[in-house]
Ligand binder design. Structure first.
Ligand SMILES: NC(=O)CC[C@H](N)C(=O)O
Length: 356
């Protein structure tokens, strides 16, 4: 069926629409540049309420399997592609991307000139978009939903792994690969819905990890003081939204980038080792450098392309944060060592009664 992608700037693109509905589908349009990794992107809760444009022109060629999901279902609002193939070939594949998205009723619009759409987003910024069955819209799209975190967090705690090191993973919409990275390193992981953050003290974990998650970190301002208390009490790793929340809880500020960093080849510089490594990323917001002056936090990592802040440390507390995704999936696992560094902090601190 014919369908239309409307952008906030008034542009309209005609394409083939599948799983469309008579009601318009609204969301923030963002683009992902990786050549592979579509299953992980579709299921990453940080993409909640976003319409994702895949810039690689052929999507679906290795199908959908049972192991690459980052959460229990696709989280994106809709998908924009050039070619979306039903034919796939991979020894682990179980479904085509089309059947998978149809099962979950996620709209796909394809045969869209994705290069043109991405040029607009790069110049004007991530913007509101609507997928509609109609070529004409009375008003330009304007709906961007920034509080998806309240939709994707779990409602009860769950435990994974049996190791001796107990990590509380504060759930803002965590990716499965974060749990896997910790369990593979001998941890027992308890996921804690962020609304239950107060329960962490009773759990007496060895360390705390603040997960990734969707939307504007400022939407969680009610939790900043508790977050500061928790991260000042246990060895801490913050990933993406988790990193932003740690910065905000110490008094820093965040802002939205023009079009964010999403893809598998984002270069990051480490001030400690003076090395550059490739990272997997998916974020719109960044910590504002000048706002760190009022805090004790210092910059550990920054992005090579735009010099934005990519991670922080604290001079006395065992805290490390990453705006990028050390758990990868999709993308390079070059920065997985962040988990080892975090667990070294945890081991060093074990038995230490400095922490309340
Ligand atoms: N992957 C994430 O955790 C994303 C963080 C935040 N929602 C942002 O877009 O900046």
């Amino acid at each position: 069926m014919k369908g239309y992608l409307h952008l906030e700037d008034g542009s309209v693109y005609a394409g083939e629409l599948e799983n469309g509905s008579p009601e318009d589908i609204n969301g923030e349009i963002v683009f992902f540049t990786g050549m592979t990794g579509y299953q992980e992107v579709l299921t990453d809760p940080s993409y909640k309420n976003q319409i994702v444009v895949f810039t690689y022109p052929l999507i679906g060629n290795y199908g959908i399997n049972f192991s690459d999901d980052e959460s229990k279902k696709p989280q994106v609002k809709a998908v924009v592609m050039y070619e979306c193939t039903k034919n796939y070939s991979h020894y682990e594949a179980k479904h085509s991307i089309k059947d998978y998205l149809q099962k979950w009723n996620i709209p796909i619009i394809y045969h869209i000139d994705t290069r043109s759409v991405v040029k607009k987003i790069r110049h004007q910024g991530s913007m509101a978009a609507t997928i509609s069955m109609s070529a004409n819209m009375e008003e330009h799209p304007c709906a961007i939903f920034e509080d998806g975190v309240f939709e994707v967090t779990s409602t009860s705690m769950e435990t994974y792994g049996e190791g001796n090191t107990h990590i509380a993973l504060i759930d803002f919409g965590y990716k499965k690969s974060i749990v896997t990275a910790l369990v593979e390193r001998g941890c027992k992981v308890t996921t804690v819905p962020f609304k239950m953050i107060d329960k962490i003290k009773d759990m007496k974990p060895d360390g705390v990890l603040l997960s990734n998650g969707p939307g504007d970190p400022e939407k969680l301002s009610d939790y900043f003081s508790t977050i500061k208390q928790i991260v000042s009490s246990y060895p801490t790793l913050g990933i993406c939204l988790g990193h932003q929340l740690i910065a905000l809880s110490f008094g820093a500020k965040t802002k939205k980038l023009l079009f964010g960093h999403r893809g598998a080849n984002q270069p990051v510089f480490d001030e400690k080792t003076k090395k550059v490594f490739m990272t997997s990323q998916n974020h719109s917001y960044v910590v504002i450098g000048d706002s760190l002056k009022e805090t004790d936090l210092t910059v550990r990592f920054y992005h090579i392309n735009d010099e934005s802040i990519e991670g922080l440390t604290h001079p006395t507390l065992p805290i490390v944060t990453a705006q990028f995704h050390p758990e990868a999936h999709p993308g390079p696992s070059d920065s997985e060592w962040i988990f080892d560094e975090f667990l070294d902090l945890v081991t060093t601190a074990k038995g230490d009664i400095l922490y309340v």
